[in-house]
Write a protein that binds this ligand. Structure first.
Ligand code: GAR
Length: 346
């Protein structure tokens, strides 16, 4: 049995959906819901489901996060799940639960993320910008808002006559579908017993089992474990790669995504800012320095000419010409290399 704790600040529809989803099986339990708002709607919802709720004021989250770690440890929590939790999660908690704190965000991160971007603010910004597509992201929580590794995403179309409210409803539906699956995937990442995993990955070894005829997706396996009905809505997930269990769910997210299905993860890392710095520096070196030499020689032409040093003026003019050509050629080369390299992301 895996225990999860949900942190929520608001209405708690996601928390309720998660509790109902896992409540149908017997392998994952919502052991605790913690809220930082005394009157949060999530409290009533959890009471109806018989799930323990704790109210922890913001002061404790800020000044004494160790108490929250104790609460979570006391309940033997395996995974901490943020569902509309509108407060900073202290590094003390993140360190106590490394790679075990996940969050859902109502946009396709990194778009429309960061401080101040939460709940309806996100939908207002998306509609105001005239976006044609938004979505949902489940990611690991780090000390930086909405910045951790992305676990799963799902696209949601933005319709021409959408208001922030109508978009929010559609996003919520996608959240209800995506979050339980992402939680299952996160639990699987942290939860697989090393011996079991080795056996499954090496079916010929002692303790190994026969490989399944058709590789099952993470969601399918968990649906079976949890004894809940699972209907695939998007890409399937291949079995874990031996020696690389952490990447097990990633390849599936590289499949071309149909609208409404988990989206394709970016294939490459974003270009590091240092590349841009080097590109600018090399452009300066290539164009600017020979350009300066050309200017110096040009000014020598007139000064020598005024001193009736016609031979010196001719030589300076020649050098000015050469440096202008060098500057032009290097400029063309650096631009023609830099632009395509930038386009392909280096
Ligand atoms: C959800 O839409 C969730 O994505 C968002 O708050 C809402 C909570 O709804 N979270 C964030 O914006 C986090 N940055 P709920 O209380 O009905 O589950």
């Amino acid at each position: 049995m895996k225990n999860i704790a949900i942190l929520a600040s608001g209405s708690g529809t996601n928390a309720e959906n998660i509790a109902r989803f896992f409540g149908e099986g017997n392998k994952v339990k919502v052991a605790l819901v913690i809220t930082n708002r005394r009157n949060a709607g999530v409290i009533d919802r959890m009471e109806k489901l018989g799930i323990d709720t704790e109210y922890v004021p913001n002061r404790v989250w800020d000044e004494c996060p160790e108490r929250i770690v104790e609460m979570l440890r006391f309940r033997q929590i395996d995974l901490v799940v943020l569902a509309g939790f509108m407060h900073y999660v202290s590094p003390v908690i993140l360190k106590a639960f490394p790679d075990r704190v996940i969050n859902i965000h109502p946009s396709l991160l990194p778009a429309y993320g960061g401080k101040g971007m939460w709940g309806h603010h996100v939908h207002q910004a998306v509609v105001a910008a005239g976006e044609k597509e938004s979505g949902v992201t489940v990611h690991y929580v780090t000390e930086i808002f909405d910045d951790g590794e992305i676990l799963m995403q799902q696209r949601v179309p933005v319709l021409p006559d959408d208001t922030p409210e109508s978009l929010e409803q559609r996003i919520h539906k996608a959240e209800y579908e995506l979050y339980p699956r992402a939680i299952a995937a996160a639990l699987r990442r942290i939860g697989s017993d090393p011996e079991e995993r080795t056996a499954a990955e090496n079916p010929g070894t002692p303790g190994g089992s026969n490989p399944p005829a058709v590789p099952k997706s993470v969601e399918q396996e968990w649906a079976e474990v949890l004894k809940v009905k699972y209907e695939p809505s998007g890409a399937s997930v291949p079995p874990p790669v031996p020696g690389k269990p952490d990447e097990a769910i990633r390849p599936a997210l590289h499949q071309p995504a149909a609208p409404g299905s988990p989206v394709q993860m970016p294939e490459r890392e974003p270009m590091p800012p240092t590349y841009m710095l080097w590109a600018v520096l090399s452009a300066i070196l290539c164009c600017f320095l020979p350009g300066i030499a050309a200017v110096i020689f040009s000014s020598m032409v007139s000064s020598r000419y005024n001193r009736n040093d016609f031979e010196g003026a001719r030589r300076a003019s020649k050098w000015a010409e050469i440096w202008i050509i060098i500057s032009f050629v290097l400029g063309v080369i650096s631009a023609s290399l830099y632009i395509p390299l930038t386009l392909v992301g280096l």
